[in-house]
Design a protein. Structure first.
Length: 438
């Protein structure tokens, strides 16, 4: 037809079509790749229609970019700073642990020269640490260290920047001490003097421990053992829920993380991260833990859900401690504080008014309907089924819907000549734990 142009649909920049299924695909910013641990986020949208896929890609893509923005401006925790510095010292230690080998026929002079250089460097770095004023070398190394880990150095607070630079300076001080130690002894394992690095085992110490204790049991392995042990004690529903809840723990720390490396500060960070999880509403792609973080308080999961997830993790670590997989329970002193609730006895919902009850029980369902298939049309037939009895029982007893629909004939009992309903977990009238409702 003349005068008619075909409108071409511009594809979404975050959609990927594979085997007829659309995927959400978002590239991770360069400065966040190391922190997130991936170069792109790709998740199936589980849809086949392009318009539906575009709507979902727009919705979930916006959430992913919100997470990127939050991570870019998020303040670095003390745990992350310590992890950075420990990684920095690990590289410096490996370089210094080789020791110094004289290259001339006057080794004593060379060794004395290396000793003087190391002592001079230690004094200079310790002065910078004391004054909290660092030279260009330390500032540059701190900037490179943060960039390699995906942390925007200049977007951090001044206190965090100073912490990182001080940590880098202390790592170089410890490297110089190791060089001094290797001038006298090339074989004995070196014990760090700075307490910041005493918890980071050297390569030699790991080798001396042997393969049985190098790293310890991994988180995924212990998780599988825990679930397998639980199958003999839990119902299938509990096994499925525990597996699903602990999957967040695996997503946060990683399958190959040694369980012994999960310390109370790291577990506290996990608890705080749970509080920032976005609530899932309806079907959608399964995003990684980091991508589900949100700054929107109203979009986060409920505090009671956080409590449930963290208590499941605490049960896991308590079991690991009791089974001698851990020397101590890292979750013992950690708690989730719920917000203040309403005062005891205070109604959280408004009761029905007389007019509202009149409209409900004055409807054809209770007064008479046309037929079983036309319950809302007035007629002369009363159908005594669940739609008739459940609202009446709820009105007279105040029972919950789930309690009413599970009632059995054995739940109707007589106490002192008064007909009562016994509410408890088991069916039948013989139970002492039920609360009778007259």
């Amino acid at each position: 037809m003349t005068g008619v142009r075909r409108i071409t649909r511009k594809p979404s920049p975050h959609l990927l079509l594979r085997n007829g299924v659309y995927y959400l695909r978002v590239r991770v910013p360069v400065h966040l790749k190391a922190r997130i641990g991936a170069s792109e986020i790709r998740r199936s949208l589980a849809v086949h229609h392009p318009r539906t896929a575009q709507v979902l890609a727009t919705r979930y893509g916006a959430r992913v970019f919100e997470v990127f923005e939050m991570l870019s401006h998020q303040s670095v925790s003390k745990t992350e700073v310590r992890s950075l510095i420990e990684g920095c010292f690990a590289g410096l230690r490996d370089a210094a642990d080789m020791g110094f080998l004289p290259r001339t026929d006057q080794p004593d002079i060379e060794i004395d020269e290396q000793r003087d250089l190391s002592l001079t460097r230690i004094r200079g770095l310790e002065e910078q640490i004391t004054m909290k004023v660092f030279d260009a070398e330390i500032r540059t190394r701190a900037l490179l260290l943060a960039s390699q880990s995906g942390l925007p150095f200049f977007e951090q607070s001044q206190a965090v920047q100073i912490d990182i630079m001080e940590g880098v300076a202390r790592a170089h001080v410890e490297q110089a001490r190791l060089l001094l130690f290797r001038l006298k002894d090339r074989l004995t394992p070196y014990a760090a003097i700075d307490p910041l690095f005493t918890m980071a085992p050297s390569e030699n110490a790991i080798l001396l421990q042997g393969p049985a204790t190098s790293g310890g049991i991994k988180l995924r392995e212990l998780f599988d053992t825990y679930i397998e042990c639980g199958k003999s004690q839990w119902v299938p529903k509990t096994v499925a829920s525990r597996s699903r809840q602990l999957q967040l723990l695996l997503d946060y720390f990683g399958d190959e993380t040694p369980v012994a490396a999960i310390t109370p500060p790291r577990l506290r960070d996990y608890r705080d991260a749970l509080m920032k999880l976005r609530a899932r509403k309806g079907p959608g792609p399964s995003l990684p833990f980091a991508a589900r973080q949100t700054t929107d308080v109203n979009a986060r999961i409920a505090p009671k859900t956080v409590l449930l997830l963290f208590e499941t993790a605490k049960c896991f670590f308590r079991w690991a401690y009791q089974e001698a997989h851990l020397a101590a329970d890292p979750s013992r002193d950690l708690q989730v504080k719920l917000p203040a609730t309403k005062a005891k006895g205070k109604r959280s919902r408004k009761p029905f008014t007389g007019d509202q009850l009149g409209k409900i029980f004055g409807s054809p369902v209770f007064q008479g309907s046309l037929s079983i298939t036309h319950r809302t049309r007035p007629g002369d037939k009363r159908i005594y089924d669940a739609k008739f009895w459940v609202p009446i029982i709820a009105h007279y007893t105040g029972l919950r819907l789930s309690e009413i629909i599970q009632l059995q004939l054995g739940d109707i009992i007589v106490i002192d000549g008064i007909d009562c309903i016994s509410v408890s977990e088991d069916g039948g009238g013989e139970r002492g734990s039920g609360d009778p409702v007259s």
